[in-house]
Design a protein around this ligand. Structure first.
Ligand SMILES: [Zn+2]
Length: 153
């Protein structure tokens, strides 16, 4: 069966950045399972997998516009340390939920000084060219319930 609209696809993959550093990967025996055509994965990878079949291997380079978008400087903000509870130990890498004009968003702490905390609302992979390498483990037709929900079960 070829991968197309409404296929449920299982893939094993390794994601690296331009420096070859591994940013993410599926675990042995736990492939990524997604519903094709439902925006479950980034567009660049979905396009690459369309028309491929079980057992096929893939290796693809994806620009930010087909992945997680550009890194938007306005989404990086320096806020006063006093906006956080004084007894809270704020460290680089911590994540918080914040309100934005577009609704709730997750921000990550990227810098901490005595007076300020820098938070970044961009996706951690925003602005990066992504290199995916992997193998298609399975392709099947989605069930009516999966199509109804818009995701794979
Ligand atoms: Zn569901």
């Amino acid at each position: 069966m070829l991968i197309g609209q409404n296929s449920v696809v299982s893939i094993q993959y390794t994601l690296t950045n331009d420096s070859g550093e591994v940013m993410d990967q599926s675990q042995e025996g736990q492939p990524l399972v997604y519903l094709h055509g439902a925006a479950g994965i980034i567009p660049g990878l979905e396009n690459e997998l369309t028309g491929k079949t079980e057992g096929a291997e893939f290796k693809v380079t994806i620009k930010p516009e087909e992945a997680y978008g550009d890194h938007i400087p306005e989404m990086v903000q320096e806020v006063p340390r006093t906006s956080f509870p004084p007894d809270q130990d704020i460290q680089v890498g911590m994540q918080f939920n914040a309100e934005s004009p577009n609704g709730p968003m997750t921000v990550a702490v990227t810098a901490v000084t005595d007076d300020t905390i820098t938070v970044d609302g961009n996706h951690p992979l925003a602005g990066l060219t992504l290199h995916f390498e992997g193998k298609i483990e399975g392709v099947r037709e989605a069930t009516a319930e999966e199509l109804d929900h818009g995701h794979a079960h």
